[in-house]
Write a protein that binds this ligand. Structure first.
Ligand code: P1T
Length: 396
């Protein structure tokens, strides 16, 4: 691993945790589909017993994730070097919450993917008595007020979905370590991928991705990834992965690993084109306001410059004319597909209030500012001039 720490990210995405097949020399792992492995005597095997527990293709992906996120665990400490692959982003988050006792308090960012809030409030509150306080973590003082010693998990996204709010991770970590030393600090890094930000390097315990998005990047596999630099968490999470069984299957593990190989060049293009599109939209007469961390008008632009290695592939706008205008835009786009999800090579656009954040109550959406005039673009890696032309014609 020490060699891998010296690699830069564009090299890590190709080589982290990878080695040629010891038998054939193949430079990519095979898709290992066997559900079980032969033993020479009961309990005597080559480290593989049953595919839910150990799978070589999944391990190759997991070691990649551990390396990308600077988890720093050796293969002896954890077979995935601190990286874990689950069958969806939601399954990854659900397993993380299994790390803390029933009845625990969670302090979470107020702006979250709708499905995450639904899991905390409509599932885990009932099944495990979890109590979640939603706080605007852009304000560390507000976080400090909500943080009790009973808090067992701090959960946030940065930038958030869909409002692209940023959180000062080292500042949050400092307060949490002082006031709630038992709390596990987790960051959903879906919007940055491992290229634009790495939470473990900023004092957090867990980085998590919906790999359905940028990490895989090709809109052809649903998955969730986790990395941790804490041995105790890795050990428990490995146990949970085996016990709960929400593992990423071999073929999806292979696709995700293949996708990650181009992550660095894809993110460079997402970052570059999104900046251009954000500037274009910022000048457009029908647009009320553009939210993009790379624009000086973003309220946390200075933090974005400090904390992010790229401003990301998502641009969110408020239109002047509300739902009518939003509908017209969403029905008229030709290259951008009107669809949920984000982070793929193809450009997507969606309406958070009706689509991804429909599970957030209308009152809560109003409080947060997820209005009917809000539209979220996921900028793909097509020629940016074509994308701008598409938005221009759709806005009429
Ligand atoms: O869809 P799944 O792989 O289970 O991941 C859920 C998830 C978790 N975290 C964030 C920040 C997400 O954005 C998502 C999924 N989001 C969408 C489908 C979306 O369009 O926003």
């Amino acid at each position: 691993m020490s060699e891998q720490h010296e690699m830069r990210l564009a090299t890590k995405v190709i080589h982290s945790g990878q080695r040629p097949d010891p038998v054939t020399g193949a430079v990519m792992p095979s898709i290992s589909v066997a559900s079980t492995y032969a033993q020479s005597s009961p309990g005597v095997h080559q480290g593989f017993e049953y595919s839910r527990v150990q799978n070589p293709t999944r391990y190759a992906l997991e070691r990649m994730v551990g390396g990308l996120e600077s988890a720093g665990l050796s293969e002896e400490e954890d077979p995935g070097c601190g990286g874990f692959a689950f069958c969806s982003g939601m399954a990854a988050i659900a397993n993380i919450v299994e790390l803390i006792p029933a009845g625990s308090r969670i302090v979470a960012m107020d702006d979250l993917y709708g499905g995450t809030g639904r899991l905390f409030t409509q599932v885990l509150a009932e099944s495990r008595g979890m109590r979640t306080a939603y706080v605007d973590l852009t304000d560390p003082a507000a976080f400090e007020r909500e943080l009790t010693p009973e808090t067992k998990l701090v959960w946030l996204e940065a930038p958030t979905n869909p409002l692209l709010k940023l959180v000062d991770l080292p500042a949050i970590a400092k307060i949490a370590r002082r006031q709630a030393p038992d709390a596990i600090l987790g960051c959903d890094s879906t919007f940055t991928s491992s290229i634009n930000m790495r939470p473990l390097e900023l004092g957090f315990d867990i980085a998590m991705h919906s790999s359905t998005k940028f990490m895989n990047g090709h809109s052809d596999a649903v998955g969730g990834l986790i990395a941790t630099n804490r041995r105790d968490i890795a050990e428990r999470l490995r146990f949970l992965q085996m016990s709960v069984g929400a593992v990423l299957p071999p073929f999806d593990s292979y696709l995700t690993l293949r996708g990650i190989k181009t992550l660095a060049i894809r993110m460079a293009k997402h970052n570059e084109s999104s900046m251009r599109i954000a500037k274009f939209l910022d000048q457009h007469a029908k647009v009320e306001r553009v939210l993009y961390p790379g624009l000086p008008s973003h309220p946390q632009h200075e933090l974005a410059k400090k904390q992010l290695d790229g401003f990301g592939g998502i641009v969110t706008i408020f239109l002047k004319d509300g739902l009518e205008e939003a509908r017209r835009l969403l029905e008229r786009v030709r290259l951008f597909a009107l669809a949920e999800s984000l982070g793929g090579v193809e450009s997507l656009v969606e309406h958070p209030a009706i689509m991804t954040h429909a599970s957030v109550s209308p009152e809560r959406r109003a409080e947060l500012g997820i209005s009917d005039s809000l539209v979220r673009f996921s900028v793909g890696i097509e020629d940016c001039d074509d994308l701008i032309a598409d938005i221009e014609q759709a806005l009429g």
